[in-house]
Design a protein around this ligand. Structure first.
Ligand SMILES: [Zn+2]
Length: 278
């Protein structure tokens, strides 16, 4: 964190007395630190970097007549591309993990949440499979790991786990994004921007929902080694227990996947830029 950003964060700390209700079902420990202001402070720098990588040209805009997915599409059985445990002695460009996917152990919320039409496992597996396909088509070295079928110590530039939220306070939560300590915020902005665009929202409005929290306790983060300019993140695409949001998430699932793929590809290009390039 730069001195200036730190100063702003300290100044603002007094105004943000409540920690946002960001709690994933697979988080370990209680150390949640709200870094929303830091995240916003690095917004324009991140956007410039993303623009350089062609992110905004390739992002697919929201359109009411876009090819929509149905709950039958989301529920259909699928073959997850490049599903494997990974090899610790290899270096991957991107590792994706659909939330709770193929979970063998645990019960209840460890198996994920559900909406009226689809389960979290179904929705995020559908989105992740389409993200992976997009990235593999773009020649990136991508693997998908299941909830507990992975080797520890995998090396990657980017790790992203994709979840959907459930809430007892129906329609009370928005999307959220967590990341491990030392992660590149640029990549996180790209992912957040991609999701906002896919749901037809402006980024400014979208971010107002306490979108970011520094989440360093997600169980997978300690199993991956991320390269210096890379990031490990956890995206909650939205609340599945809110009927209107569930409908929007299903209808836009393909667009969300496409745009997350675009964001990840641009982020990866930036990670690969030489350190002295501008
Ligand atoms: Zn989940």
């Amino acid at each position: 964190m730069s001195c200036r950003t730190f100063g702003v964060a300290v100044l603002l700390a007094g105004y943000f007395l409540t920690v946002p209700s960001f709690a994933t079902d697979e988080e370990e420990g209680e150390a949640i630190r709200d870094t929303t202001q830091q995240f916003r402070g690095e917004d324009s720098q991140a956007m410039q970097g993303l623009a350089r990588a062609g992110f905004f040209q390739t992002l697919q805009p929201f359109a009411l007549d876009a090819k929509a997915a149905t709950s039958a599409d989301v529920k259909a059985s699928l073959t997850m591309p490049s599903l494997q445990e990974g090899e610790p002695n290899k270096k991957y460009d991107i590792i994706l993990q659909p939330g709770h996917y193929l979970r063998k152990k645990g019960s209840g919320k460890n198996l994920g949440t559900a909406g009226k039409d689809v389960t979290e496992q179904q929705l995020v597996a559908f989105i992740t499979a389409n993200v992976a396909t997009h990235l593999i088509d773009n020649k990136l070295n991508v693997i998908v790991v299941s909830a507990d079928g992975y080797k520890s110590g995998l090396s990657t530039d980017i790790f992203l786990s994709i979840h959907a939220d459930g809430s007892t306070n129906e329609c009370g939560t928005g999307p959220s994004l967590g990341y491990s300590e030392e992660s590149s915020l640029l990549g996180m902005h790209g992912i957040a921007f991609a999701l906002a665009t896919s749901l037809g929202q402006t980024y400014e409005d979208f971010r107002d929902d306490n979108f970011t929290t520094n989440l360093s306790k997600y169980y997978m983060f300690k199993h991956v080694k991320v390269s210096p300019k890379g990031f490990a993140g956890l995206l909650e695409v939205g609340e599945l227990t809110c009927p209107a949001k569930e409908k929007a998430l299903i209808a836009n699932a393909l667009l969300i996947a496409k745009n997350l793929g675009v964001a990840l590809k641009s982020s990866h290009e930036i990670i690969k830029e030489p350190l002295d390039s501008k």
